[in-house]
Every structure is written in C-alpha cells, then in structure tokens.
Design a protein around this ligand. Structure first.
Ligand SMILES: Cc1cc2nc3c(=O)[nH]c(=O)nc-3n(C[C@H](O)[C@H](O)[C@H](O)COP(=O)(O)O)c2cc1C
Length: 197
C-alpha cells in the first residue's frame, strides 16, 4: 500500500531543499555516491533507454580541469564542492538496448536510429535522469548545486573523448552550508504554470 511521504521527507526533497554552492567539511563517501546511482537508475526513461552517463569529479586534478572549463562565476563553486558530477547524454545509448529492453529490441532500435530521434531521446531522457539524480541525492540527505554555465564542447573533449557522450549539466554534491544561501525565489502558482483541459 503506497502512502504519502511524511511532510519532513517532502520538505527535504522539495519544499525546503535549496540549491547550494557552499559546503560543510563533511565528506561525501563513495558508498553514498553508489547508493545515489542505485536509486536514480530506477527512474523511468523511454524504452528503458537510460542514456545518462555520469563522471563523479572528486579529485583535486579533476576539479581543476572542470573548473577551468566553467564560466568565471562557477569556477570557485566547483573547486569548493566535495564532488561535482558531470551528467552526459550518450548518443550511442542504443548499444545497451538488448540488455535494457530485450523485448522487441530490433524494432525499437530501428525506431530510435534516425539522428534527430536519437538526439531528442538522449536529451529528454538524460535530462530526466539528471532530475532523478537531484531528487535521489536530496532523499539521501545530500545537497545539490546544479550548473549549466560551462563550455560543453571543452568538457566533452576533456571527459568524454572517444565516446558519443555529450555533457548536459553538472551538479555539485555535498552537505550544504546554510550560511551560503541567498533568500529563496518564488515559484509560479498552479494557475500560472498550467490549466485543466
Ligand atoms: C540545470 C541548471 C543549471 C543551473 N546553472 C547554474 C549556473 O550555471 N550557475 C549558478 O550559479 N546557478 C545555476 N543554477 C541554479 C539555479 O539558479 C537554482 O537552482 C534556482 O534558482 C533555484 O534555487 P533554489 O533551489 O535555492 O530555490 C542552475 C540550476 C539548474 C537546475
């Protein structure tokens, strides 16, 4: 029987969760990152295509390489974070379909083969998986600092050379320092964001 999660959980994941770029000294254990992937991987993607790929940048060398490819205002944020994950979309995601979608694989692979379809599928589902990453991280008590202000091509060359993976966004992970927060911005009301039809 499914239940509504307790308010404290909904607060932690959504209502009081914030975007962080300042961090406490608490270490992010490798096990936590593995637990994070083991949660986010269950989020749905079309044809179970699972196109997102992740580079967990945690070494000083990796952080410096990534920071050098970021917009000026994001550099210090990357260097300060315990981990910054690069979320990429693998345009060659179809190679895994025989494992991920063993039923009707050939027909699905053919339907997804045209370049515009493959690109849209990778972008749509890879971005969804990036959102699952943020939700799963918060569910595990981590805080997130997503960023799109970086040189995508440069990151692709530095971190995804020899593959068909294209960087989407990056997301710092850690235990946030509340002192680094700005006042929260509002969100659109139900009626502003949508309508019934
Ligand atoms: C995909 C994405 C890209 C973002 N890019 C940047 C960025 O490059 N630099 C930055 O300082 N903030 C960036 N942000 C942070 C957003 O401005 C922030 O998450 C939003 O204002 C909500 O803040 P809140 O969670 O504290 O309410 C990005 C957020 C997302 C989801």
């Amino acid at each position: 029987m499914k239940t509504i999660l307790p308010d404290a959980s909904l607060d932690q994941i959504f209502r009081t969760a914030r975007t962080y770029y300042g961090w406490s000294d608490r270490t992010v254990e490798e096990k936590t990152l593995r637990d994070l992937y083991d949660l986010l991987k269950w989020g749905p993607t079309s044809a179970n295509s699972s196109p997102a790929r992740f580079v967990w940048v945690r070494s000083e060398e990796g952080k410096e390489q990534l920071a050098a490819l970021a917009m000026e205002r994001n550099r210090a944020k990357i260097l300060a974070a315990p981990v910054t994950v690069i979320v990429g979309n693998d345009l060659a995601f179809s190679n895994n379909l025989s494992k991920l979608m063993p039923i009707n694989t050939d027909a699905i692979r053919a339907a997804l083969a045209p370049a515009p379809v493959a690109e849209a599928t990778a972008a749509r589902n890879g971005t969804l998986q990036g959102a699952y990453l943020i939700i799963a991280a918060r569910a595990l008590g981590l805080d997130c600092g997503p960023m799109s202000g970086f040189d995508n091509h440069g990151v692709d060359v530095a971190f995804f050379e020899g593959t068909r993976i294209k960087s989407n966004f990056i997301c710092s992970l850690g235990y946030g320092d509340d002192a680094s927060l700005f006042p929260r911005m509002p969100r659109l009301a139900f009626e502003e964001a949508g309508r019934f039809a």
